[in-house]
Design a protein around this ligand. Structure first.
Ligand SMILES: Cc1cc2nc3c(=O)[nH]c(=O)nc-3n(C[C@H](O)[C@H](O)[C@H](O)COP(=O)(O)OP(=O)(O)OC[C@H]3O[C@@H](n4cnc5c(N)ncnc54)[C@H](O)[C@@H]3O)c2cc1C
Length: 476
């Protein structure tokens, strides 16, 4: 039913958070029979934000994310609502997992490492990833007393304190900071991996916590169906299936691309939104799914203090470089799903994924697809290299690590400038202060990757919750 009331909710940013909010509002408006307008404003000429997939010559090339976590329910729930749950695919079971680069060699991550914690002694003992001393220190985690004060600490300090510096530098750091492209000695434990801190507090240590969880899982083994999905999932046609499904089902939402929001001011009845081209739009609620630095500029006139809090959330740039090879040129050099590269290896590459091993159907027969990542906190320069220089740097490192010198039959470079928000020490406190400022502005919502989770399910969750509050506001 088209909306006839003059109440209006505006969403800025057509990434997954903004699209999830638009979908939720449309659903709530339908279910409640309420009448209000919904408008989605996106600055660029395409929707989906970081979820961009290119299909070319039988290849499925992900520009940004290639998967999401299934145990956080928001993305699967959304796919279900959109009728595309049957398009979800899990990672292939290639049996040879993830590798980590150690002094130029690719070493498998020992079997039984769960949440960074060794749960099986033999594979750890046999592994060449850590020295005998490093392994002994890791196993001694069982006896390390828990930290009892409430103060936050960096994820680097936490892992070093619990598992030792070697386990941190050569195992935990590359596994953890892949998610944020961050510096683990700067990232806040409380904001990035609160579960690790909670396990320490509750059980006295990580190994003790894992053993407890194993006992619980064994006791509950027969008490219910387990998840039908492996931990990482995607869509058969790539990640952009999700935003595309939302867009095709947004029937009563006005969508405007090429419409950048510049600023928001208070008006007599709500807010006045000014766009880049000078147009002004009245709205009762404004849901900002824009990066924190963009939201900072947008909110500057409305609340300078809020704007300055948002401006202090740092961002890092990165790039993904996809390379398709003829299988015959690889001579069996494909290693599992890929590998991560610790900062101490001093390389530009931070991670490499065999996309064609990870998910079914990413290449036509006879081709293999490699996805590489450059750019991280403190080392972003490579992202801005001209294409030819970036390609030769990537190919040089691929040659040194994997011995692959063949010419790729196809490649794509996708640069993501100021794309990865960093939850540095102080983030949790900053969020509290942001929330306090927001209380002064009913109807203004902040959602998306900058705040309480960068993963796709987290962003969907934040969009959904913002939509719930906005719906309540305009329907009272
Ligand atoms: C290379 C890479 C790989 C990743 N891999 C994974 C992964 O495998 N799994 C996973 O779960 N997560 C992954 N992430 C993280 C995840 O993709 C993002 O956190 C998430 O997609 C962010 O969604 P969002 O809606 O918050 O923001 P975005 O997708 O950034 O959307 C924000 C939108 O706002 C628009 N905008 C900006 N300014 C304005 C303005 N003034 N007015 C209007 N619109 C504006 C932008 O154009 C953009 O479309 C990855 C991220 C990157 C960069």
């Amino acid at each position: 039913m088209p909306a006839t009331s003059d109440r209006h909710v505006v969403i800025a940013g057509g990434g997954i958070a903004g699209l999830a909010a638009a979908w939720r509002l449309q659903q709530l408006r339908r279910e409640s029979g309420a009448e209000y307008r919904i408008t989605l404003l996106e600055a660029s000429d395409q929707l989906g934000g970081k979820l961009q997939t290119e299909q070319t010559d039988g290849l499925i090339l992900e520009a940004g994310p290639d998967s999401f976590l299934s145990y956080k329910p928001a993305a699967i729930q959304l796919a279900r609502e959109l009728g595309i749950e049957d398009r979800i695919i899990g990672t292939r079971d290639t049996g040879d997992g993830t590798f980590i680069l150690r002094e130029g060699r690719l070493e498998p991550l020992p079997e039984g490492i769960t949440m960074l914690v060794p749960t099986k002694i033999k594979p750890l003992a046999r592994s060449r990833l850590l020295s005998a001393r490093g392994k002994a220190r890791m196993a001694a985690e069982y006896f390390v007393p828990p930290k009892t004060d409430e103060a936050d600490e960096s994820i680097g300090s936490f892992i070093t304190r619990r598992l030792g510096r070697e386990a941190f530098e050569h195992m935990a750091q590359p596994l953890l900071s892949g998610i944020f492209a961050g510096d683990a000695d700067q990232l806040s434990l409380g904001a990035t991996f609160p579960r690790l801190r909670d396990i320490e507090r509750k059980h006295g240590g990580l190994i003790r916590g894992m053993l407890h969880q194993r006992r619980e899982a064994a006791n509950n083994a027969s008490s219910g169906p387990s998840s039908p999905y492996p931990p990482f999932v995607s869509f058969a046609g790539g990640m952009s299936e999700l935003p595309q499904a939302i867009i095709s089902r947004l029937e009563d939402v006005e969508i405007r691309t090429g419409s950048a929001v510049r600023q928001i001011e208070k008006s007599a009845v709500g807010y006045q939104i000014r766009l880049g081209d000078g147009e002004s739009i009245a709205s009762d609620a404004v849901l900002l799914g824009t990066p924190a630095y963009a939201s900072s500029g947008i909110l500057q006139l409305l609340d300078g203090e809020l704007a300055s809090l948002l401006k202090r959330i740092p961002y890092v740039s990165s790039a993904t470089i996809s390379l398709a090879y003829r299988e015959e040129d690889l001579k069996g050099r494909q290693t599992g799903r890929g590998f991560v590269i610790p900062h101490v290896e001093n390389r530009e590459l931070t991670a490499v994924t065999w996309a064609s091993n990870k998910f079914e159907g990413r290449t036509p027969d006879g081709l293999a697809l490699l996805r590489t990542f450059v750019g991280r906190a403190g080392r972003e320069g490579a992202v801005d290299l001209p294409d030819d220089e970036l390609m030769s740097l990537v190919r040089q490192e691929i040659s040194e690590i994997l011995g692959i010198n063949a010419e790729p039959v196809q490649y794509r470079i996708n640069r993501w400038r100021r794309a990865m928000p960093q939850y540095v020490l102080g983030h949790v406190d900053r969020l509290k202060r942001i929330d306090q400022r927001l209380e002064r502005h009913p109807g203004i919502e902040l959602m998306g990757a900058a705040y309480r989770g960068v993963g796709i399910p987290d962003c969907i969750d934040s969009g959904t919750r913002s939509a719930d509050r906005a719906h309540e506001l305009v329907t009272v």
